[in-house]
Design a protein around this ligand. Structure first.
Ligand SMILES: [Zn+2]
Length: 164
């Protein structure tokens, strides 16, 4: 297996293509007004997020995927399910010109229900299993590196609670 070749294929163009294919196959009833997708930093708790693009002063929506997803060893369905999750938010009126369907973006299991309704149940289940089995192990070196900073913050919180 030529992993180098596979890795280099997970670029911006690849990401945009996955996004467009998913939209066409599962969200064609949702008007695509102005929305972009990109890779962000290597975030291990936020795999995907949606917001307004700062550069366009909120005229465009931006979906940001964790930079980890550039790595070829992460299965395509993990990325697809994450993209679809963010498109569901858009469809529900979050960071989009569409009417807001409910008060909180993750109210109940609104996003998962939407994915199931649209025939994305299989990739959703596969994504959950893969993440549950692999993600912690996959990012553990990065978590270890950042831990000291977090511990310091935790201590000062305890001090605050004790009134010191
Ligand atoms: Zn979400």
């Amino acid at each position: 297996m030529n992993t180098t070749q596979k890795e280099s294929s997970r670029d911006q163009k690849w990401l945009e293509n996955r996004f467009l294919v998913l939209w066409k196959d599962y969200f064609s009833d949702i008007p695509m007004v102005s929305i972009k997708i990109r890779f962000g930093r290597n975030a291990y708790t936020r795999l995907g997020s949606i917001g307004y693009e700062k550069k366009t002063f909120g005229k465009s929506t931006m979906i940001t995927m964790t930079g980890y997803f550039k790595r070829s060893e992460i299965p395509d369905y993990v990325i697809d399910a994450t993209i679809a999750h963010e498109i569901c938010h858009y469809a529900h009126g979050y960071f989009s010109p569409l009417p807001k369907l409910h008060r909180y973006p993750h109210q109940g299991s609104k996003v998962d229900d939407e994915m199931k309704k649209r025939g994305l149940v299989q990739i959703l289940e596969k994504q959950k299993i893969w993440l549950k089995t692999n993600w912690k192990e996959y990012v553990k070196n990065d978590i270890r590196k950042r831990r000291p900073r977090r511990r310091r913050r935790g201590l000062s919180l305890i001090e605050l609670l004790l009134g010191r």
